[in-house]
Design a protein around this ligand. Sequence first.
Ligand code: PNS
Length: 160
Amino acid sequence: MSDKRIAVFPGSFDPITKGHEDIVLRGVRLFDELIIALGENENKTYLFDKQQRLKWIEETFRNEPRVRVVSYTGLTVDFCAEAGAAYMIRGLRNPADLEYEKVVAQANQKMRSEIETVFLLTQAEFSFISSSIVRDVLRNGGDYRQFVPDVVRTQGSELK
Ligand code: PNS
């Protein structure tokens, strides 16, 4: 591990939301470098392809020199180790998130005890926002723009 305090913020980001943006902007203040890592969730099929999701994340943080954006496959803890990151950030919106995240963090801790999961509580104003809510609003022609960073703009034709 390097001397730099590096954190990985993993997720599907399908698409990135204002909740994700807030976690990154608060998280980056705690670390020397924050790597936003686009991973694969076995249980999900994605609406937006990987390149589109990466592009939106990159554009959202183009003015944040300590934020990097990458994609990876395999276990998130293995990616953290390869990246020299000792911390993994996850956002918590509600008790259901905590129940789920607790199990994942404990499994991750068993696999690689040197990587610490750090939970950041979502700000109240964003706590109802999820990528799945955004996708549902989008699919049904609603105004999704209030839930996502300004750079996320899409045409109906992109929707599957
Ligand atoms: O935004 P998401 O969908 O909650 O992100 C989930 C993601 C991609 C971070 C998670 O599914 C993941 O870590 N996938 C890689 C496999 C892994 O490490 N699973 C956790 C071990 S129990």
